[in-house]
Design a protein around this ligand. Structure first.
Ligand code: DOR
Ligand code: ZN
Length: 347
C-alpha cells in the first residue's frame, strides 16, 4: 500500500475571501478561521464597504462572530467607487486595519453596481494608493456585453489595467482570481509590483465542469471557468514557487436556491475545504514542495506582513464532502458536494 503523505506548512492565509454579513457571516467564518490565519475580506456587501468607518464596523462584526479562542485576523478592504476620495485613502492607510482597495468594474459581478465605470475618473485615488504603497485589488473583466465572456479578462488587462499601470508607475496591483494564460503572462512579464491570486476551483476545473451531464450551477463563478489550456497555465504559475502568485479562494457563498435558479448567482463555496483542494491541485502537479510559498509566504511578503507563526498539517486521505452544508441557517452546496477530496486538515 502506498504511504500516505503528510504535509506541515506555516499557517496559510486567504488573500481573497467573501464573508458576507449577518447570519451567513456567523456561519461561514468558522470554516475560514479553521484553515487560515488571516484573510483579505471583500467589501461587496449591500451597501458596499466604501469608507474606513464602514470597514471598522464590519471588522467588529467579524471579530464578534469568531469562534471562541480563534486568532483569525480579518484584513479589511474598501470598495472603490468614482466618489472615493484621496482623504479616504489617507484614513485607510492610518487605520492599520484596511490593507487594500478593491476595484469592481460596474456590472462585472455580484454587488458591483456601485463600482467603477471609467477607471480614469479614479486617477487621483490611484495616485494616492501608489503614494502610500497600498495595493489595488482588481476584478479584471470588462463589462461590455459585446465582448465574449471568455475574453473579458484578457481584454481588461490590455485595455484598462495596462494603461492604468503606465499612468501610475508605482501603483501596486493584485489581479484577483486569474483564469487565463493571458493573465499569467501579464503578471509574469510585469514588474514586481503586480501579483495575482488563484482560486482552488480555477486550478482544478475547466469550463467543461459547467456542462458535465447537464448544467451545473455550483460550478458557476466569475470570472467563469476557462478551457483546459488556461487551467494548465494557472497550475504552472501557482506551482513554481513564484512570490507573485498566491492563494485567494474567492470562496463566495450563495444560498442553494439562489444558485439553482433561472438566473443563478455567481460564486463557489470552498471555505470548508479550500486547503485540501489546493493540496490536491499541487499534488497532481507533483509540486507539493511549493505549496507553502503559494499558501503561506508569497501573500504576506506582497502585503508587507510577517508570515503566520503557527503551523498546520495535512494528511493524504479520502474525505467525503457533504451534499449540502448549513451555515447560519442558509443551505450551501460546497465545491465537490457528494464527492471526495484527497487531503484532510488535521486539527
Ligand atoms: O463568482 C464570484 N462571486 N465572483 C465575484 O467576483 C464575486 C463573487 C460574489 O461576491 O459572490
Ligand atoms: Zn471575489
Amino acid at each position: 500500500m502506498k504511504m500516505k503523505r503528510t504535509l506541515t506548512l506555516i499557517k496559510p492565509d486567504d488573500w481573497h475571501l467573501h464573508l458576507r454579513d449577518g447570519d451567513l457571516l456567523g456561519g461561514v467564518l468558522a470554516d475560514s478561521a479553521r484553515q487560515f490565519g488571516r484573510a483579505i475580506v471583500m467589501p461587496n456587501l449591500k451597501p458596499p464597504v466604501t469608507t474606513v468607518q464602514a470597514a471598522a464596523a464590519y471588522r467588529e462584526r467579524i471579530l464578534a462572530a469568531l469562534p471562541a479562542g480563534s486568532a483569525f485576523v480579518p484584513l479589511m478592504t474598501l470598495y472603490l467607487t468614482e466618489s472615493t476620495t484621496v482623504e479616504e485613502i489617507a484614513r485607510a492607510r492610518a487605520s492599520g486595519f484596511v490593507h487594500a482597495v478593491k476595484l469592481y468594474p460596474a456590472g462585472a459581478t455580484t454587488h458591483s453596481d456601485a463600482g467603477v465605470r471609467d477607471l480614469r475618473s479614479c486617477d487621483a485615488v490611484l495616485a494616492a494608493l501608489a503614494e502610500c504603497g497600498m495595493p489595488l485589488l482588481v476584478h479584471a473583466e470588462v463589462t461590455d456585453p459585446a465582448v465574449d465572456i471568455f475574453d473579458r479578462e484578457r481584454v481588461f488587462l490590455q485595455q484598462v489595467l495596462l494603461p492604468a499601470l503606465e499612468r501610475h508607475p508605482a501603483l501596486r496591483v493584485v489581479v484577483e482570481h486569474i483564469t487565463t494564460a493571458d493573465a499569467v503572462r501579464f503578471v509574469s512579464q510585469g514588474e514586481d509590483r503586480v501579483a495575482a491570486t488563484l482560486t482552488a476551483h480555477h486550478l482544478l476545473y475547466n469550463r467543461n465542469a459547467l456542462f458535465q451531464g447537464g448544467f451545473r450551477p455550483h460550478y458557476y463563478c466569475l470570472p467563469v471557468l476557462k478551457r483546459e489550456t488556461h487551467r494548465q497555465a494557472l497550475v504552472a504559475a501557482a506551482t513554481r514557487g513564484s512570490p507573485r502568485f498566491f492563494l485567494g479562494t474567492d470562496s463566495a457563498p450563495h444560498a442553494r436556491q439562489l444558485k439553482e435558479h433561472a438566473c443563478g448567482c455567481a460564486g463557489i463555496y470552498t471555505a470548508c475545504n479550500a486547503l485540501e483542494l489546493y493540496a490536491e491541485a499541487f499534488a497532481a502537479a507533483d509540486a507539493l514542495q511549493h505549496l507553502e510559498t503559494f499558501a503561506s509566504l508569497a501573500g504576506p511578503s506582497f502585503y508587507g506582513l510577517p508570515p503566520n507563526s503557527t503551523r498546520i498539517s495535512l494528511v493524504e486521505d479520502t474525505v467525503a464532502v457533504p451534499e449540502q452544508l448549513e451555515r447560519g441557517g442558509v443551505a450551501l452546496v460546497p465545491l465537490r458536494a457528494g464527492e471526495t477530496v484527497g487531503w484532510r486538515l488535521l486539527d
